[in-house]
Ligand binder design. Structure first.
Ligand SMILES: Cc1cc2nc3c(=O)[nH]c(=O)nc-3n(C[C@H](O)[C@H](O)[C@H](O)COP(=O)(O)OP(=O)(O)OC[C@H]3O[C@@H](n4cnc5c(N)ncnc54)[C@H](O)[C@@H]3O)c2cc1C
Length: 502
């Protein structure tokens, strides 16, 4: 709250607008790590509610929980969570095709080139073993097995009930002194210098702050409706603009993966938590009407409904500045990539970690906010490319939607990745990028790219190579043979006599 020529105001009072997954994850991280340094108030409205989806995650969340001192067993039990070792895709490249994107590495890496180069050589020599046989997570996923173990570790993430997760985080926050205000924000007060000064509630309360975190979801009440920050729309690269979700009873034991089934104009998800299954259809409204999508969801998901379908409009893209003046947008308010690779909660987590690192204790600093914004942009653009790739690399031409996807123009950054892989099986992971080399390999090969060449280091000794490959996959099989069924492990880990699957 200073004019252009005054020294910036030190930040002491932080106001978080919104109590969905983004709001509570932000509150728990700030209250854990900046305890005693700042005061935190979180405002949410039960009447407005939350988006009610967002239950599938990727592995960095496990580390985030560790940094927050969250007890995993308690989290799993209270949030009805299950483990997840990858994402299962059906009908993406061609009707009838299927592949798993696992959360771990294939084989052993060398300094010169990655394992898939050796696998390509072994295949050329006549070995038909799938690449997944050299990957612990792939094998565990295919056999619906899981256990927490080290050496080798089975990499994992979680599925959880979003409403229970928000409640779980809220309890931790309140123990750490976060003040929660229930009610609707009527108006956002702007200072003469253009910064936000306070939130005015419907009941007349005024909540002042130095720094505001906008977690109000797609509406972006502070960052957009008040500061008119602007949004870069990526609908031409990610054409789905709608979703419809519903929840069903558990009929079968939960597999340790999220399933994504492509349909005529988008895809359908299946996310198993302990007491129910989350289902949804993501679609492009130019090719499928809301009624058709709802019908498809109910008939294709099967199962008995525990919550009726609800529709959500989505818009792929990013806020032009995630941090604008004294407002930082986190969660849906900051940008959105559809949930195909379960990346939104990850982006909440990384925004919050970035905010902790860049926290403006001494007040707003333009160089600092610019650096924060650059990193945020790079992260979401990388994820955009990864998700866009699934659509572009389809070989389906059975519907106008898939014909559109295979012919659309794609970002130059993605084009380069695809060309290098197609030509030389070459893949890389840039600094700060969440998707590792083996994730790109899993999806590019899963979507049917056959590299024309590979690194010739893989040809150094064929007999030795074949021997090593046989030994490696025998070791992987030996580890997976020892694992319990995923659902038995969850039941035992959470100390439950029984779960919904028995
Ligand atoms: C179809 C779909 C599927 C998804 N699946 C996944 C997934 O599998 N994995 C994943 O990582 N992510 C997924 N996401 C994204 C994920 O749901 C969100 O990133 C996450 O839930 C965070 O949402 P949020 O907290 O930003 O917004 P919201 O949940 O919308 O919360 C907004 C909050 O702001 C409050 N609020 C708004 N206006 C006011 C006001 N005027 N006054 C007071 N309070 C107000 C609301 O009450 C609420 O508390 C999915 C998203 C969609 C649309």
């Amino acid at each position: 709250m200073n004019s252009q020529n005054e020294a910036p105001t030190a930040v002491r009072k932080v106001v978080i607008a919104g109590g969905g997954t983004a709001g509570w994850m932000t509150a728990v991280a700030l209250s854990t790590h900046l305890r005693g340094l700042i005061d935190i108030t979180l405002v949410e409205s039960e009447q407005i509610g939350t988006i009610g989806v967002g239950e599938s995650t990727i592995p960095p969340l496990v580390t985030f929980h560790k940094l927050l001192g969250i007890d995993e067993r308690q989290f799993m039990t209270e949030c009805a969570a299950t483990f997840k070792v990858g994402i299962w895709f059906e009908d993406w490249a061609n009707l009838g095709d299927r592949y798993l994107h696992p959360f771990g590495a294939y084989g052993q890496q060398t300094l010169l080139c990655e394992f898939h180069n050796f696998w390509l050589r072994s295949r050329e020599l006549g070995d038909a073993t799938p690449l997944g046989a050299y990957n612990h997570e792939w094998m565990a996923g295919a056999q619906h097995k899981f256990a927490l173990r080290e050496n080798p570790r089975i990499n994992y993430a979680y599925h959880f009930d979003a409403a229970l997760y928000a409640r779980f985080l809220r309890r931790r926050c309140e123990q750490r002194g976060v003040k929660r205000v229930e009610g609707k924000i009527k108006q956002v007060r702007v200072q003469p210098n253009g910064d936000i000064g306070a939130l005015e509630m419907l009941d007349g309360q005024v909540i002042e702050g130095d720094l505001f975190i906008d977690c109000t979801g797609f509406r972006g009440l502070l960052i957009e409706q008040t500061l008119s920050t602007g949004y870069e729309d990526w609908g031409h690269w990610l054409p789905c603009d709608s979703a419809v979700a519903f929840q069903t009873r558990v009929d079968t034991p939960a597999p340790p993966y999220t399933a994504c089934y492509a349909h005529t104009a988008g895809w359908r998800w299946n996310i198993p938590v302990q007491h129910r299954v989350g289902n949804g259809v993501v679609y492009c409204s130019r090719y499928l009407s809301d009624d058709e999508a709802r019908h498809k969801l109910v008939t294709d998901s099967g199962g008995t409904a525990v919550k009726d379908p609800w529709h959500i409009r989505i818009r792929a893209g990013r806020r032009l500045k995630a941090w604008n003046r004294n407002v930082v947008a986190v969660g849906l308010a900051g940008g959105f990539i559809e949930p195909l690779e379960s990346t939104s909660i990850h982006m909440i987590m990384s925004s919050v970690v970035r905010l902790l690192r860049f926290f403006p204790f001494a007040g707003m600093n333009p160089a600092q906010t610019a650096q924060y914004n650059d990193q945020t942009r790079a992260e979401i653009e990388h994820i955009r490319d990864f998700v866009c790739m699934h659509y572009y690399l389809t070989k389906r031409d059975d519907t106008p939607f898939w014909r559109h996807c295979s012919r659309m123009e794609i970002p130059e950054t993605l084009q380069r990745r695809i060309e290098l892989f197609r030509e030389n099986a070459y893949v890389w992971q840039g600094s700060g990028e969440v998707f590792a080399i083996d994730s790109w390999v899993a999806v590019m090969m899963g979507q049917g790219i056959e590299p024309r060449n590979y690194h010739h280091y893989a040809r150094a000794g064929d007999a030795e190579l074949m021997n090593h490959m046989a030994q490696y996959r025998a070791r992987v099989s030996g580890v997976i043979d020892q694992l319990p069924a995923h659902h038995d492990f969850v039941r035992q880990y959470c100390g439950a006599e029984e779960t919904a699957w028995g």
